[in-house]
Design a protein around this ligand. Sequence first.
Ligand SMILES: NC(=O)c1ccc[n+]([C@@H]2O[C@H](COP(=O)([O-])OP(=O)(O)OC[C@H]3O[C@@H](n4cnc5c(N)ncnc54)[C@H](O)[C@@H]3O)[C@@H](O)[C@H]2O)c1
Length: 421
Amino acid sequence: MSEARTDLVVVGLGYVGLPLLVRAHEIGMRTAGFDISAEVVAGLGAGRSHVADVPHSAVADMAAAGFRATTDPAVIAEADAVVVCVPTGLTDGAPDLSAVRAAARSVGENLRPGTLVVLESTSYPGTTEDVVRPILEESSGLVAGEDFHLAYSPERIDPGNEVFGVRNTPKVVAGVTPLCAKHGVAFYGRFIDTLVVSRGTREAEMAKLLENTYRYVSIALVNEVALFCDRTGIDVWDVLHCAGTKPFGYAPFQPGPGVGGHCIPVDPVYLETAGVSAGFDFRTLSAAREVNERMPHHVVDRAERLLQDAGIAVEGARVLLLGASYKPDIADTRETPALPVASGLLKSGAEVVYHDPNVPEFAVGERGLRRVEHVEDGLREADLAILLQDHACYDPVRLVASRCLLLDTRGKLAGENISHL
Ligand SMILES: NC(=O)c1ccc[n+]([C@@H]2O[C@H](COP(=O)([O-])OP(=O)(O)OC[C@H]3O[C@@H](n4cnc5c(N)ncnc54)[C@H](O)[C@@H]3O)[C@@H](O)[C@H]2O)c1
């Protein structure tokens, strides 16, 4: 065994991996990180955080305590625990586990007996046992549950959430054997307040997919209610306000221009794919997807109708998008509904500009959109503005006072110049 041991090596230093390292460092763990991105590693090496919830000072503090990020997987050999937090996105609309497979190979090739290996990436049931385990065993020559410990623990981080972070969000942990689960619990129990041990890795993988699919399907329901209310002249925001006062049996969700981010629109596809493999048809999921994917088109339709009603030709009209990220007050634009909305408006010949304090550049394909620096200037020049994200900087009073024709997809504004989703 190597002389210099590291308590934790995180593989994949992004939105999930970096906050985990920061929390482990807070309780005095010796930490290191492996990432295939030279840019990510160089940034962290220079004391810079590329994750909005992690301040630069936290990276600098870790570095002062000996943390190092590297593109050399040999660092894994020093670890007592290795946690894999690599992306599990979609390629051509289908689950893509290539990063998980590559990371498992890097871990396996550097694995020492006695190490705890945990997968945190979201994926379908069976990923830990049937995908990760064989790669680890084959590339290391070691056996899970005998020579090393293998666990799955889905990440629940909610970027931008100031109440729930790594420490106080209960964490589900599962082992491929009861002893592996014990090692997982001993590791996370050092820096997470509440742990929930699931029966096996498949249950933990499925629980994560259920959590995010629950959001996806619930959002689809309120989106469809919003479409119905638009058709029938019912004020959907008042409906939601009234329903939301029920103190039991109802969890409020908001309609919007579409579902974005790396998880909520992606994870149901993993579940659907697992269904297909098992010969099972998840009908709720396909219906929810159809509704959610219709929303950006509905916003474009509404915008075009508003312009036409105001006597403005869509072709050549200047439309200002307020908010390009997929949720309020973050910089992340992955799967953002702003993209299909902008794309639809451009196709109709509108000139599309955007404002977002956190998103310095935004493009539809090769076409970069002009960024408006000050909201007031943008509103003055626009024929129509569309509130896509409810960023804290968007003061309702000032937006309404601008007199600009405004389509509010978030139910935040009221005034003569305001139309709602
Ligand atoms: N972002 C969230 O809010 C969130 C919440 C819960 C769960 N998750 C899940 O956590 C996982 C990671 O998501 P993320 O948002 O942190 O992704 P991310 O893209 O922010 O970061 C992933 C990092 O992994 C690196 N990487 C890719 N392939 C690698 C490899 N083979 N070896 C080493 N490093 C590699 C990338 O360079 C990147 O820096 C995903 O499965 C995601 O679904 C994300």
